[in-house]
Design a protein around this ligand. Structure first.
Ligand code: GFB
Length: 314
């Protein structure tokens, strides 16, 4: 990928998109283009097709998606399946029609079968029933992965996909109704520390295991795949390490400095018991993460307290 190649990052203001912009700029890519949601509605096919015809990007990172944690996914499945399906159909088709050299599509580890053999290698996709709390999102994302594969098979488009584990870091979503667990816990413990609350309520039992990758490591892996990978199969991106939600909560509680109690609300869903990625393929092509969970949480908390409160809690 030439350093002056025209690279369109869809979703450039989100958790992953903003990290990919930082990574590309850090690695000397100077010709990045993006549009805010106000400037271009990715669910509007005419807008997307016009943008691609006018701008003719050479490379596309499709990091725009309608995302959320377990509660949002369970509550709004129609939104998750519709919005994500429309966005990816518009962008993938426009990329094909305008002869984009390469497109990277982002899946998510939660789209593997609920009871997939752990750790989950890439061949386990579509081998069993999905986790019900995020079925809408998962079906949309699976169809996006498959669409890239079929455009490669039928037309020879260099459209590749990756499958990231749970991500966190700067520009994360801290809204307690729609966020993922790690940012939710940073906010809950920070709020409780500030208000002197005696306890913090967390969801589920704390028993599920999750894998977490700092978003700047994820972004570096995406750029690495853009530069080095053109295979048919999606590539898992993760650390290969997992932690229980209870252990995660204790770690974030300590880093934030909250000294009260943790109360588990078991009326809230645990979701899938484990979703550990097998990252041996990514390792075999030479990539490994740099930021540990402890360091990543510290960086995320520092970013969180440096932000304007009102912006964070939309
Ligand atoms: O991160 P999370 O919302 O989604 O929840 P998933 C992970 C675990 O943390 C669940 C528990 O067992 C939650 O019950 N948890 C405890 C909490 N306290 C909280 C809290 O205050 N907020 C949240 N959000 N969780 C998502 C998928 O699954 O994984 C998405 O639903 C996406 O589609 C994402 O793919 C990566 O990890 O269970």
């Amino acid at each position: 990928m030439e350093k002056n190649a025209k690279i369109y990052v869809a979703g450039h203001r989100g958790l992953v998109g903003s990290a990919i912009v930082r990574s590309l700029e850090r690695q000397g890519y100077t010709n990045l283009i993006y549009r805010t949601h106000k400037e271009m509605d990715l669910t509007n096919q005419a807008d997307v097709f016009r943008f691609f015809e006018e701008e003719k990007p050479e490379y596309v990172v499709l990091a725009a998606a309608h995302v959320g944690g377990i509660n949002a996914n369970q509550t709004y499945p129609a939104d998750f399946i519709y919005i994500n399906s429309i966005i990816q159909c518009n962008v993938i088709k426009a990329a094909h029609d305008n002869k984009v050299k390469k497109l990277l599509f982002l899946g998510s580890s939660c789209i593997y079968p609920k009871m997939a053999h752990q750790p989950m290698d890439e061949d386990q996709l579509l081998t069993g029933p999905l986790e019900v709390t995020n079925e809408g999102y998962a079906i949309a994302k699976i169809s996006g992965l498959e669409m890239c594969k079929f455009f490669k098979q039928q037309y020879g488009d260099d459209f590749i996909s990756c499958m990231p584990t749970n991500l966190y870091g700067p520009n994360d979503n801290f809204n307690l109704e729609t966020s993922h667990v790690l940012p939710a816990l940073i906010r809950k413990f920070d709020d409780a520390k500030k208000t002197g609350a005696p306890s913090v309520e967390l969801w589920g039992t704390g028993a599920p295991l999750r894998e977490f990758l700092y978003v700047d490591d994820m972004a570096d892996a995406c750029v690495y795949l853009l530069e080095n990978y053109s295979g048919l199969k999606h590539v898992n991106i993760g650390t290969g390490k997992e932690i229980t939600i209870k252990e995660l909560a204790e770690m974030i509680k300590r880093i934030v400095g909250f000294e009260g109690e943790i109360v588990w609300n078991s009326s809230m869903p645990d979701g899938t018991p484990r979703k550990l990625l097998d990252v041996s393929y990514l390792r075999s092509i030479g990539w490994k993460e740099k930021v540990s969970l402890e360091e990543g949480i510290r960086k995320s908390y520092e970013w969180y307290i440096s932000q304007d409160e009102s912006d964070l809690k939309k």
